[in-house]
Write a protein that binds this ligand. Structure first.
Ligand code: OXD
Ligand code: MN
Length: 602
């Protein structure tokens, strides 16, 4: 029998010893965490290749990772989470600011002192008999002004190996800090993975995160949703930049002209697919490259344009539905050095999920570890099963990802999963109207968060789960940013998910979304006119490239972009309820805009 002891064994000389020196506050905080959590071992990570190899080997010995078939999937590992710990838990996610007012009605609030006391109680001795890993990391390119340093202290080796993929982890983070640089404190313990003792807590005023009771995704990889979005958005508001739930892509025309596009979609609505889109044959010569698939940090540049970086270094993507048709570049990105979580495992050490290419395996072990066959009633992979893959694996990774000044954004796109009302693509009138468009966007809920599957919820800018302060103030911040931008991006809405009376998707989606993107670029370049409607500019059929599309003609297109006043009346009613909840914090410009829009769609 293998030794499953969770303490690290036979640590090679020189690993685990990289205790940061020379930053008194950082050292004091680490010491406090050690005193509190009482780990049996402390392992100071350095981000090296040797460390990766060692920790992977140890994770395998501990039974936390299973090596996959190394001929098929070199460097890849398989993992299962606890069955009760499979998605972000918004109900258990708290913003702990001195006043409740500051977080608004869309966040769960707790008094910081009370919450801290409660968490400290839970963390007392929580790492007895366990290893504490100290993980230094940067969110953002090494020399970017926008880059933030975080240190995550965790008792999960799985978290360490995932953070290594998702962030720029390693000693460069300490170097950037120097003797007194500001850093995000992230303390994480899985405790006993009891949902009753699961709390994901943010203390924006202290640049601090404490997360207990979960080992999964955004609950535990603290650089991602917790730092890059919840803490990040609060910092951004104070410091005059933007932290957004947006993919970033570059679109290059056959003539070599590049446009950078940012797009916000709620979780599991195809951000990764869009960020890695392969233009269909009709668009020969066009090239899409990826800068990011989930998060954008943006600031006004000296030329009055909006510049964006991707703070992350990897993809934590939804596996089900990912295949060579929906996203060939993702398939290539996950062919090596990837951690798969909660998908199904085949007898030959391969992975499988619903919607993967080819026939399902004759037998497999499902995400729970149970025997599974194609006629099994349950899904083999969890709906929120994921791959964690390094961005450098992406065959269409944009070289600009490491550019410290970021890329200038031509267009911002807001999208959701909407069976009705919202057209395939349309353009707002200006920044303020675009902010309104983002502020009123809704989407049907997906498996990325626990509960509510399929329900329509308003998810402004796809930030409902991630805005670390009052949404009304967040909208106001958008308007303020607009005033800083002499050359703001144009703002568009898209919906790939509209359905017809028979419940079939109207638009073919995937690579064909290039056509909507092309129209957006044409608008940015002032090449095409548009139809003005109360909700914004809609494409004219003659300007929208439908050539080479199978079984889809102008009549279908007109269905896809149809303006549906009755639908918008309902949407605006929902938005009105939402705006009312934001009370005094709601910017007057947007409330006035809502009244104007309501009258216009009557
Ligand atoms: C994600 C999410 O993991 O949005 O990106 O849930
Ligand atoms: Mn996301």
């Amino acid at each position: 029998m293998s030794d499953k002891s969770i303490l690290l064994q036979s640590i090679p000389e020189g690993l685990g010893t990289h205790k940061p020196q020379g930053h008194a506050k950082l050292s004091a905080w680490i010491d406090d965490c050690i005193k509190r959590c009482q780990p049996a071992q402390v392992f100071y990570c350095d981000g090296s290749e040797a460390e990766k190899k060692f920790l992977e080997k140890e994770a395998v010995r501990m039974g936390i990772l299973t090596p996959l078939n190394q001929d098929k999937l070199p460097g890849c590992f398989y993992s299962r989470s606890h069955p009760n710990d499979v998605a972000r838990v918004e109900q258990l996610t708290f913003i702990c600011t001195p006043t409740k007012e500051a977080v608004g009605p869309t966040n769960h609030w707790r008094d910081p002192q009370e919450m801290r006391a409660k968490l400290m109680g839970m963390l007392d001795g929580a790492m007895k008999g366990r290893v504490m890993y100290v993980v230094p990391y940067m969110m953002g390119p090494k020399d970017s002004k926008l880059t933030q340093v975080g240190v995550e202290i965790t008792d999960s080796i799985y978290v360490v190996l995932n953070m290594r993929i998702m962030s720029r982890m390693g000693e460069a983070a300490y170097e950037r800090l120097g003797a007194d640089g500001d850093f995000n404190k992230g303390l994480h313990s899985t405790l006993d993975l009891n949902p009753e003792r699961r709390f994901i807590c943010h203390f924006p005023q202290d640049n601090e995160i404490i997360s207990v009771g979960s080992g999964y995704g955004g609950n535990a990889l603290l650089g991602k949703k917790c730092l890059a979005l919840r803490i990040g958005s609060a910092l951004a508001q104070r410091q005059g930049w933007m932290a957004e739930h947006m993919l970033l892509l570059a679109a290059e025309s056959p003539e070599g002209k590049k446009h950078y596009i940012a797009a916000a979609f709620p979780s599991a609505c195809g951000k990764t697919n869009f960020a890695m889109l392969i233009p269909p044959p009709h668009f020969a010569g066009w090239k899409i490259t990826t800068i990011g698939d989930d998060i954008a940090w943006m600031e006004a540049g000296p030329d009055g344009r909006l510049y964006a970086i991707n703070p992350e270094a990897g993809y934590f993507g939804v596996a089900p539905g990912t295949n060579y048709k929906s996203n060939p570049n993702a398939m290539k990105s996950i062919a090596r050095d990837t951690i798969y979580t909660n998908v199904a495992l085949t007898p030959d050490g391969d992975v499988w999920w619903e919607g993967k290419d080819g026939d399902p395996p004759a037998e497999a072990s499902d995400w729970l570890g149970n025997a599974w066959a194609p006629d099994s009633p349950d899904k083999a992979a969890h709906a929120n099963s994921r791959f964690t893959a390094p961005a450098r694996n992406n065959p269409v990774l944009a070289p600009e990802v490491d550019d410290p000044k970021g890329v200038p954004i031509s267009a911002i796109i807001f999208g959701g999963r909407r069976a009705s009302t919202v057209p395939l693509v349309f353009q707002s009138f200006d920044w303020e109207h675009g902010t309104f468009l983002g502020a009123t966007m809704g989407s049907e809920m997906t498996a990325a968060a626990a509960g509510g599957l399929g329900q329509l919820r308003l998810d402004p800018m796809a930030m409902i789960p991630f805005c670390g302060y009052h949404m009304g103030d967040y909208f106001a911040h958008w308007l303020t940013m607009g005033k800083k931008l002499k050359n703001p991006p144009l703002i568009f809405g898209v919906n790939w998910f509209r359905k017809d009376e028979q419940g079939r998707f109207v638009w073919p989606g995937f690579g064909e979304n290039m056509r909507a993107l092309k129209w957006i670029i044409d608008r940015c370049e002032g090449k095409v006119d548009a139809k003005e409607t109360p909700i914004g500019h809609l494409p004219r059929t003659e300007d929208f490239d439908l050539e080479g599309l199978k079984d889809f003609g102008p009549a279908d297109f007109e269905k896809a972009i149809a303006y549906d006043p009755a639908g918008w009346q309902k949407d605006y009613a929902l938005a009105g309820e939402f705006f009312a909840k934001l009370g005094e914090h709601m910017p007057k410009e947007l409330s006035a805009r809502l009244e104007k829009q309501k009258a216009a769609v009557k």
